[in-house]
Ligand binder design. Sequence first.
Ligand code: KIV
Length: 260
Amino acid sequence: MTILDFGARKKEGRKISMVTCYDSTFAKIIDGTDIDTILIGDSCSMVMHGEQTTIPATIEWMAEHTRSVRNGTGKFILADMPFLSTRRGIEHATECAGKLLQAGANAVKIEGVFGQEDVLRHLVMSGIPVMAHLGLTPQFYQAFGGHKMQGKTEEAAAKIKEEALLAQEIGCFSVLMECIPQAVASDITSSLSVATIGIGAGCGCDGQVLVLQDMLGMSGFKPKFVKQYMDGLSLMRGALNSYAAEVACGNFPSAEFISK
Ligand code: KIV
């Protein structure tokens, strides 16, 4: 994929599949699948670093995870601009986005448009493809009072739509919408010519994204919008317990695993 394929897929009505990924082991696994594109989300803060929110993620973490993923895949990868990296002026944002592209990202994702239009415009004009992330923007955790569904009132929905149209006008190649009502996401999707990607935003978006460890059943995190495609926790714990039991009783290593 390239950024051009996002718009083309929308026109063709062919949905886009995206998962998060943070390391080269999983990137290699995903590389051999039909998944269209990968997001190095700042959810790495929770998934890989055990934090409670995305706020601790730094540009150094994001660049390292991006480099690791790039070393495992040739697919189109997007990297998240972390907390406040776009709110400290154009120069700082450009430096941060540059680090992500130099680490191997094809594009960056930025939470919010209002209040940082000049930054987004500058990045787009500098040849850095930008996806705008709207709705539940987890970097606003403190301002929202938690990870709460957004766009529930008519006024709030209209504001998200206005922000999405502004993102498109600025030149963002795609808009991601998180945890907003399906009707709002569908309306925004049909009002935009750029492709939308949804998470917890119903089935009307042009594509879907899920956090890899959630959809593989590895995290134990199971909100309503997450479908678990395997029971990763049971499978992996089962394998580890088999190993532990075999070591305990001396069955591993058996002859076939011992070099002469
Ligand atoms: O950081 C992340 O994983 C994300 C997705 C949930 C969209 O932004």
